[in-house]
Design a protein around this ligand. Structure first.
Ligand SMILES: Nc1ncnc2c1ncn2[C@@H]1O[C@H](COP(=O)(O)OP(=O)(O)OP(=O)(O)O)[C@@H](O)[C@H]1O
Length: 267
């Protein structure tokens, strides 16, 4: 592995993370003259569905995306022994889950600065016809103060012009919309909007809005509506949270509407 990467211009460094079917390592790129992250996927150690369905989708999608708030993929390499290497921009400052764990609930202006960048990333994705389907704090990395969205392993390219109705459960239970949990046909973009609502709640409260240990109970909580954090008072922030965590997917706003919400426009 090391020789293959070296021959391709990358000096491998330490492991910085592990996913279900992947390992992520730091490397120095001689071509770019800077550090990069390399996600290594061993095809022989991954299940068939992942290799045949999800991985090709991920590779096809990430190579097309180019936005300041999305981890840039420089190239994808495959070695003769069946390993895939995703060479990516390195985010050296952790993810927003760790950030909130250390900082506690963020004041509104700091939550806004982070959240606005995620909204921009999703506005770009949905504009390209891509639904992320695994939005969570752990997939929002930090490079200084810049948020970089990553992990498009469940992402889906939506049909142009046509209506997409997915039934697949993807992502993390804690961030999943009611229609995703119930497996009713749904527009995956509306699922992304719900997950953004969960992320905003976590930024402001440093805890999840719904207890995800019991799914039937969680579905009831989602229908009743989120109990809004008291410290926010009656504000446009509360209004935004309520709109994002709207259990009826038809009433939930699109990312375009969300981007025009007054709370996001504040300095
Ligand atoms: N570009 C990057 N820069 C810095 N760290 C990264 C980068 N990409 C991934 N990581 C780190 O590596 C870990 C593993 O990432 P990966 O995308 O392979 O899987 P995951 O999302 O954590 O898990 P799963 O495969 O189960 O969805 C991440 O949690 C993150 O901490």
């Amino acid at each position: 592995m090391e020789e293959f990467l070296l021959a391709s211009g990358y000096q491998l460094g330490k492991t910085i993370g592990e996913g279900t079917y992947s390992k992520v390592k730091e490397a120095f790129s001689h071509k770019h003259q800077k550090k990069v992250a390399i996600k290594i996927i061993d095809k022989s150690a991954s299940p068939e569905e992942f290799i045949q369905k999800f991985l090709p989708r991920e590779l096809q999608i990430i190579e097309r995306l180019d936005h300041k708030n999305i981890i840039h993929v420089y190239e994808v390499l495959e070695s003769a022994d069946g390993k895939i290497y995703l060479v990516m921009e390195l985010a050296e400052d952790g993810d927003i889950f760790d950030y909130v764990t250390h900082q506690g609930p963020l004041p509104e202006h700091r939550a806004r600065t982070l959240f606005r960048q995620l909204v921009e990333a999703i506005q770009y994705c949905h504009g390209c016809g891509v639904a992320h389907r695994d939005l969570k704090c752990e997939n929002a990395l930090l490079q200084g103060r810049t948020v970089k969205l990553t992990d498009f392993s469940f992402a889906k390219q939506l049909p142009v012009g046509g209506r997409e109705l997915s039934r697949t459960f993807c992502g993390s239970v804690a961030y999943a919309a009611p229609e995703v949990l119930q497996g009713v046909p749904h527009d995956s973009r509306k699922g992304d909007i719900w997950s953004l609502g969960v992320i905003l709640y976590v930024l402001l409260c440093a805890q999840l809005p719904f207890d995800d240990t019991n799914i039937p109970q969680m579905l009831c909580q989602q229908q009743k509506g989120v109990s809004l954090p008291g410290h926010l008072g009656v504000s446009d922030c509360q209004d935004l949270l309520k709109r994002l965590l709207e259990p009826d997917m038809v009433l939930r706003p699109s990312v375009e509407r969300l981007s025009r919400h007054p709370w996001l426009a504040r300095p």
